[in-house]
Design a protein. Structure first.
Length: 357
């Protein structure tokens, strides 16, 4: 005899209706990320230099300002994801004068931009403006992912610019072991014609780069991510966190063909940064010239930037004060996950506090 199925109660139907409403809301709308107040203090072409409104009076702030350098194909709003889970908010509360070099959205007319423009032109000018506004000849710079490549090149080219502290987060710098990184396999010269791709697009579509990143962990990104949301639809904290992260993940910008080609050919394939043969505006980028205090943060489960790509810089720089900080977690999770506020942010802040007055 077949068992009869119990009818759905009104309470169960109402709960399911609420869950589906939540699911629809967070998958079809944008979360209001990047809420911390800030003002533009400098612009050049598409780039902007933002200054976050200080949370503490001048006499309670650290003397040395901090500037952020983020990746070129992602929005820097990951640094200010949502109230209560914002690295920007955290650092402001601890007395830092914060600045963000926002590279902006390149137009087709910028398609040839590479490190010559980003590191040789934009960064020095933005730094000069920041120093003028902050009233300090010394400063700290934090670079994350590709932003860390740019920050490293800047520190090597301008060791006398007043850079006191260099903080690198999941920095893809050394491609000696090309098999360690899924991206380097995607763009292997045997089957990936970078010249043709750049010639075809000019600006590399963000969807192309995003797909490459997600395809490194397809089950996790295309299935597991949504299963976690479904399993936690009754947990407002998890839902809002997922909503904010999903908004950021799907809000990318194109990369200039010039930088994309340089990244693939000169860094991924030829490893010029570590070999000391990379040039910016005709000047060799020698990481041995880096003298700034160095904090190098590595995510041990990082599939975007494997630890081996970040570790060797420690033996190349001339910095006397340097620390390699290894964390359990992934490329983004170490700065936005549940352990960020408990482990990552306090460690960064404590290290920087001791070197910012």
């Amino acid at each position: 005899m077949m068992a009869t199925q119990s009818p759905v109660t009104p309470e169960q139907f109402k709960k399911l209706e609420e869950q589906l409403g939540t699911l629809m809301r967070v998958t079809t709308t944008r979360y209001p990320i990047d809420q911390t107040p800030k003002e533009v203090i400098w612009t050049l072409n598409k780039a902007k230099l933002w200054r976050y409104v200080p949370a503490l009076p001048a006499e309670k702030r650290h003397r040395v300002p901090l500037i952020f350098s983020f990746a070129l194909m992602n929005r820097p709003s990951i640094l200010d994801l949502r109230p209560g889970n914002s690295f920007v908010e955290y650092m402001l509360a601890h007395g830092y004068d914060l600045y963000l070099l926002d590279w902006g959205v390149p137009g087709y007319e910028d398609r040839h931009f590479n490190m010559d423009e980003y590191v040789g032109d934009l960064m020095p000018r933005a730094v000069r403006k920041m120093k003028s506004v902050a009233g300090s000849e010394e400063f700290s710079m934090l670079g994350w992912c590709i932003g860390a490549i740019l920050a490293t090149a800047y520190a090597a080219l301008y060791p006398d610019s007043g850079l006191r502290n260099l903080l690198l987060l999941t920095a893809p710098l050394d491609f000696t072991n090309r098999e360690a990184n899924g991206f380097t396999r995607w763009v292997n010269e045997k089957f990936f014609d970078v010249d043709r791709v750049v010639e075809t697009f000019g600006l590399i579509p963000p969807e192309m780069i995003q797909y490459g990143a997600k395809a490194l962990k397809p089950v996790e990104n295309y299935i597991g991510n949504y299963l976690r949301l479904w399993d936690n639809l009754d947990n407002p904290e998890v839902v809002e966190s997922w909503h904010a992260m999903n908004t950021w993940v799907n809000d990318n910008i194109p990369m200039t063909g010039g930088f994309f080609k340089q990244l693939i050919q000169e860094l991924f394939r030829e490893n010029k940064l570590m070999k000391g043969t990379l040039k910016v505006r005709g000047e060799r980028v020698d990481v041995g010239r880096i003298r700034a205090n160095l904090l190098n943060v590595i995510a041990m489960a990082d599939h975007i930037t494997p630890p081996c790509e970040s570790e060797s810089i420690m033996n190349r720089v001339s910095s006397e004060d340097k620390e390699l900080f290894r964390l359990q977690g992934g490329h983004i999770g170490i700065m936005t996950g549940s352990s960020a506020r408990k482990i990552t942010w306090p460690h960064i802040e404590n290290w920087l506090r001791q070197r910012s007055d």
